[in-house]
Design a protein around this ligand. Structure first.
Ligand code: UD1
Length: 295
């Protein structure tokens, strides 16, 4: 198969390239160059908002994995128009480019942020979408564009909603990086871990390699036109996470509590039975193993 991956220089994109390139022809597309030497020959400069830069790279491509996105919740509040341009208009541009080039399937990488504050946990895929940020709103709308495009123009699709994923490839310099990356950085610097609020809020953490594995299953599966959560199904409180980081940290660090984050989601845990049933997917990396690999 020939697979194109947008957002190929990002965290998830880089793991997809590692895995896909073992057995397939792969084209990576990104506005930024890749930092991995092994990916240099695979990653082409292209902007999903500018179809002319993308289309020619989709020649003979069987499936597109569309990861390219503006991924920061905070940025989306500062610049909703920029977020919409990349996440919604960029996705429509990719759908049209797929159609024009005869691509059979798009795997759209959405987010658990489409759910907003859940009415019930664990959250299954039929839970109402009520995002709390422009980021969640643009991804939720893009999901609808993917589905409607698929229904009206005949492109197969799969929508994947990852929960909180992490790996050592997340950019530590990014001020919007996730809590695991932040805690590990604090521990490496010997600084106290700052737990926001009472720390009893929960998240569903999984390693980026597990997300990559599930996305690849979705790209190759005979199952089509489905929306699936991508999580571990286990809730971990931020207090438990901080304690786990303290356990594996080479430096002795303390845990301190600071003010809660405005608009924070209290509990976010995936119901994962649909991914198990349709793709036979279950994550392989435990939180302890994943955490150890971060140091
Ligand atoms: C994350 C993603 C977001 C995605 C969403 C899916 C990141 C940066 N954000 O948001 O893109 O859409 O999941 O639901 O990956 N916390 C601390 N101390 C810190 C940092 C964070 O206590 O130093 C707490 C936060 O207050 C929050 C929790 O940890 O309660 C998780 O925060 P974070 O990793 O930023 O991610 P989400 O808000 O869950």
């Amino acid at each position: 198969m020939k697979i194109a991956v947008t957002g190929a220089s990002g965290q998830l994109g880089s793991y997809l390239l590692d895995e896909l390139s073992r057995k397939n022809e792969v084209v990576g597309l990104d506005i930024r160059p890749t930092q991995y030497a092994a990916h240099k020959a695979m990653v082409q400069r292209a902007d999903v908002r500018k179809p002319k830069t993308v289309t020619s790279w989709l020649k003979d491509v069987d499936a597109v994995i569309h990861c390219a996105a503006q991924v920061s919740v905070e940025n989306s509040i500062k610049d909703p128009m920029g977020d919409l341009d990349t996440n919604l208009r960029g996705t429509l541009c990719m759908l049209e480019a797929c159609k024009e080039m005869g691509v059979r399937r798009m795997v759209y990488i959405s987010t658990a942020a489409v759910y907003g504050d859940p009415i019930k946990v664990p959250i299954d895929e039929s839970h109402p979408k009520r995002p709390k940020s422009f980021y969640g709103a643009s991804k939720a709308s893009a999901e609808d564009y993917v589905r409607v495009f698929s229904e009206t123009k005949g492109l197969e699709h799969m929508i994947i909603r990852p929960f909180n994923f992490y790996s050592h490839r997340a950019d530590p310099a990014n001020p919007y990086s996730g809590v695991i990356t932040r805690f590990v950085n604090m521990a490496v610097a010997g600084k106290p871990l700052t737990v926001e609020g009472d720390g009893e809020q929960t998240r569903d953490f999984l390693h980026a390699t597990d997300v990559s594995a599930m996305v690849i299953k979705a790209a190759f599966s005979n199952v089509k036109n489905e929306t699936l959560n991508c999580g571990s199904g286990k809730g971990t409180s931020i207090n438990q996470l901080a304690e786990a980081v303290v356990r594996v940290s080479p430096k002795k660090v303390k845990i301190v509590h600071i003010a809660p984050r405005l608009g924070d989601i209290r509990h976010s845990v995936a119901e994962v039975s649909k991914a198990k049933e349709l793709l036979d997917f279950a994550p392989q990396v435990s939180l302890d193993e994943g955490m150890a690999s971060m140091f």
